[in-house]
Design a protein around this ligand. Structure first.
Ligand code: COI
Length: 355
């Protein structure tokens, strides 16, 4: 291993690369990681010098609080390569702000902006071969923070580790998905952590989602915990409903994640003259719209999922199929967003960030 340089970040470069063993045409989401990872530890009340080192397993004390209390938050971001080989990210400042909002809610220290941006930039430059050009290709970046204190008292940690790992990715779902509308289980509650990208928010969905999957549904659309009437978000995505020509999505709240893709799609829809309604939408309204033919589309949005069309939903053991429509909002808006992300279209909102 060669020590490259020491300025803001200590860097140890890997002697070898795993890249030639990777089949980039047949990627399963989140299984393969690039050659390097970024680490920064919080000790003695301060973030220490960040490091980039070869991707590897790490050792933590079994009593580390993350294992016992789930004090962990994360982000999902993507890097893209254009046809000239330039690297781009999409609205990274929003992810930076959100990881710190999530961290604050879980009593974790905020991560400094310079470290976040320098870390990602340097890591991407070192692993740039892993970002393949072409629409649909991307490198998924997973920043996360975990509580590392070796102590099992139920209180916030004093020590933390911030890391970024990277995984080449296409869209999370390759086909249209079927979803179940939640009637019994809940994802989040008022005053809770639903808005945060807290690791436990995802773990808590695994059991109900696995029950849904056994019945042929890929995801659950979560409803509000009090009435199970208001449609909120799906496990890995925010959700949009097209009724006639209007595009409806629930307002963000302390129960719903403020998705970067969600707000980009709202903006792109408005830019293209689509009537967007940000308001609560109920299961009753959705079923009525499906029965009278005004429900045209449902789709999910997320960094990993991109835009994922939904072909059917089930509620109270009744299945509602969505029509197959031409010029769907999902396809049109996805194309517009990918064109901006891949530097193929004008970026009038300044969302693209050159690495
Ligand atoms: C993302 O879209 O980046 C997410 O965090 C979803 C992930 C749980 C697959």
């Amino acid at each position: 291993m060669t020590k490259l340089t020491t300025y803001e970040i200590d860097i140890v470069k890997s002697d070898t690369s795993k890249i030639n063993a990777v089949d980039f045409d047949n990627l399963i989401f989140g299984r393969i990681f690039t050659d390097h990872m970024f680490i920064c530890d919080f000790e003695n009340n301060a973030w220490q010098t960040p490091r980039i080192i070869p991707y590897q397993a790490m050792t933590l004390d079994p009593s580390a609080r993350v294992f016992h209390y789930g004090q962990a938050v994360f982000e999902g971001m993507k890097a893209y390569k254009d046809d000239d080989g330039k690297l781009w990210m999409f609205r990274p400042e929003d992810n930076f702000n959100r990881i710190n909002k999530s961290a604050a809610r879980l009593a974790m220290p905020e991560f400094p902006k310079e470290y976040f941006f320098e870390g990602i930039t340097k890591l991407l430059q070192m692993d740039s071969e892993w970002v393949k050009p072409g629409k649909g290709n991307s490198l998924y970046l997973r920043p996360f923070i975990i509580a590392t204190d070796p102590a099992i008292s139920a209180s916030p940690s004093s020590n933390y580790r911030f890391m970024i790992i990277c995984s080449p990715a296409k869209a999370y779902y390759s086909d249209k998905i079927k979803v179940l509308v939640a009637e019994k289980f809940s994802r989040s509650a008022n005053g809770g952590v639903g808005f945060a990208k807290a690791a436990g928010n995802y773990a808590a969905q695994f059991y109900p989602t696995s029950l849904a999957q056994k019945r042929g549904f890929q995801q659950i659309i979560w409803t509000d915990a009090d009435t199970h009437e208001k449609l909120e978000e799906a496990g890995t995505m925010n959700v949009f409903f097209r009724v006639n020509d209007a595009l409806i999505t629930a307002p963000v709240s302390d129960r719903i994640l403020d998705g970067v893709t969600r707000k980009s799609i709202i903006q792109l829809a408005e830019d293209n003259g689509i009537d967007v309604e940000i308001r609560p939408i109920t299961v009753t309204e959705l079923k009525k719209a499906s029965r009278n033919g005004s429900l045209k589309e449902i789709f999910g949005t997320g960094t990993a999922a991109v835009i994922s069309p939904i072909s059917a939903f089930e509620h109270a053991e009744e299945l509602f199929e969505l029509p197959n429509i031409e010029n769907s909002y999902a396809d049109t808006l996805k194309d517009k967003m990918l064109n901006i992300q891949h530097n193929l279209a004008e970026d009038k909102h300044g969302w693209r960030y050159e690495v």
